[in-house]
Ligand binder design. Structure first.
Ligand SMILES: Nc1ncnc2c1ncn2[C@@H]1O[C@H](COP(=O)(O)OP(=O)(O)O)[C@@H](O)[C@H]1O
Ligand SMILES: O=P(O)(O)OC[C@H](O)CO
Length: 497
């Protein structure tokens, strides 16, 4: 009987399940959006139960769409929005606070304190990360500081922490397995990516009890089996990776120097650096890409906090669009942005600026500025931000990319992809399947389950979809870029001066 791999892609705005066959083709899929909770400016939360329920709903729908049952699934792969922190009670299985989302800025004051105490270099050396509210460490501390009795219970091992993969794994296995993989652990700010251990010293600085942390396992590994009542089958959960690392795997970027950019809620440009841990001098992160067969490999990462989310903002908050896809027509309806620049620093700016206090702004408005210009400028800012991190990456790695591999929801926008190629003056290559995050998790699970033979076979599955070739005059390019940098400079430090 033919079997399939089921991927759970738990993203920032929706939970998706995609079922793949042996050629990496999609046999069925389903998706469910869930609520974004903004209790205060700059704060972002999710309800952990809604994360779980939306994921389970999409899994059942995907099976139905593909006319399959749990018995047809050889293995499950999990991939997830990273850094988002969930704390739950081991006995009741209930979360003790909403999930604090990676975008949330509430712990900026804890980060300032850490910086004031001179921990920057130590933390960078050990974790490959910078001190920023983005990562899980200060979010865990915040919950422990703010939920009465939580720290004592955590010390007794009664409260558990997990990134979203761990939360799903715990629930899928009926509360039996508390684990994560190397790639997710490397985003917590408390994991030593050189020694491959939770870092006792950083844990002490943040007053986080070690007892609450998950076991860290390889990304391609049998973590456990689903509780039989969920899918009428005990399916092995055989792969876990953070969504950006999973996309790197799904794009078959297996060799050092290979890179991809994913355009989802944020944008994340990752370059495989193999077994070498490259320290950035230009505001990028060093992170674990995956651990397979007793070996971990590293990546350089440029994290952009708001990518496709700027389009979602135009749609949901400003009501300028009915759908995200519509942005393409509006952008093409005008010949340029008419001097308008959008800086989408809604939750500060990530790489390479790392300013927790930058805030969003629209510059260059004149009486002639129309809705189309603002929509176009919103798409353009996604490409400018990618240009900034790509430049940093080329400097750090000494590698000049001949072509940028892209994926993620917003990469379906042809205007954006052409503008990206133009502004980079580098070709952009979009694969046939832009769901590479889910595909990467399926590959990781399928390798362990013996479903995919090896990484070479996986590389052969990759089909190129469309190439975008740069076509902008150099003078025009330089002039647009300088306008962008002027706009960014004016949005910095907005919230703390
Ligand atoms: N055609 C499009 N043009 C521009 N943005 C888009 C388009 N389609 C989707 N998006 C944006 O991409 C994001 C969704 O991409 P996805 O990869 O599903 O994200 P995530 O995994 O972060 O939830 C949303 O922010 C949405 O606004
Ligand atoms: O949900 P996504 O796809 O935007 O990914 C979020 C990242 O993992 C945050 O680091």
């Amino acid at each position: 009987m033919t079997k399939y791999i089921m991927s759970f892609d738990q993203g920032t705005t929706s939970s998706r399940t995609i079922i793949f066959n042996e050629q990496g083709k999609i046999a069925g899929m389903a998706q469910k959006e869930f609520a974004q909770i903004y209790p205060k400016p700059g704060w972002v939360e999710h309800d952990p139960m809604e994360i779980l329920e939306s994921q389970m709903y999409s899994a059942k729908e995907a099976l139905k769409n593909a006319s399959l049952t749990g018995e047809d699934i050889a293995a499950i792969g999990i991939t997830n929005q990273r850094e988002t922190a969930v704390l739950w009670d081991k006995h009741t299985g209930r979360s003790i606070y909403n999930a604090i989302v990676w975008q949330c800025r509430r712990t900026a004051y804890i980060c300032d304190e850490l910086k004031k105490n001179g921990y920057d270099e130590k933390i960078r050396q050990k974790t490959g990360l910078l001190i920023d509210a983005y990562f899980s460490g200060t979010k865990i501390k915040w919950i422990l500081d703010n939920v009465e009795g939580a720290r004592e219970k955590a010390r007794r091992g009664e409260i558990l922490f997990g990134t979203v993969d761990s939360w799903l794994l715990w629930n899928l296995t009926g509360g039996k397995i508390h684990a994560t993989d190397y790639s997710n652990a490397s985003r917590t700010l408390v994991y030593n990516i050189r020694d491959l251990k939770w870092d006792e010293e950083i844990l002490e600085i943040l007053d986080i009890p070690k007892e609450m942390l998950p076991e860290v396992k390889p990304s391609s590994h049998i973590f456990g089996h689903t509780a039989r009542e969920l899918f009428d089958a005990a399916i092995p959960i055989a792969g876990i990776a953070g969504d950006q690392q999973a996309a790197l795997f799904g794009q078959a970027c297996f060799k050092p120097g290979m890179a991809k950019n994913t355009y989802g809620t944020g944008c994340f440009l990752l370059m495989n650096t193999g077994e070498k841990l490259i320290e950035s001098k230009n505001g990028l992160l060093s992170t674990i890409s995956w651990g397979i067969k007793g070996k971990v490999e590293y990546a350089l990462e440029g994290s952009i906090f708001v990518g496709g989310a700027v389009i979602q903002w135009l749609r949901d908050e400003l009501k300028m669009l009915q759908s995200s896809g519509e942005s393409e027509e509006y952008a093409k309806a005008v010949k340029d942005s008419n001097g308008v620049y959008v800086v989408p620093a809604f939750v500060g700016l990530g790489a390479p600026y790392w300013d927790m206090y930058a805030r969003g702004a629209i510059f260059g408005l004149t009486r002639g500025a129309k809705r189309e210009h603002i929509i176009r400028a919103s798409l353009e800012c996604i490409a400018y931000q990618t240009m900034d991190v790509l430049k940093a990456m080329e400097e750090d790695s000494g590698i000049s990319l001949k072509e940028l591999k892209v994926d993620g929801g917003a990469s379906s926008n042809n205007f954006l992809m052409q503008f990206q190629a133009d502004i980079l003056n580098t070709a952009v290559e979009r694969p046939n399947i832009i769901e590479t995050t889910a595909l990467g998790a399926a590959y990781l699970a399928g390798l362990t389950a013996g479903y995919f033979e090896d990484m070479e076979k996986i590389s052969n599955n990759r089909l190129t979809g469309r190439h975008f070739t740069p076509a902008m005059e150099e003078a025009a390019r330089q002039s647009l870029i300088s306008g962008w940098h002027k706009a960014v400079a004016r949005s910095l430090s907005w919230d703390n001066i």
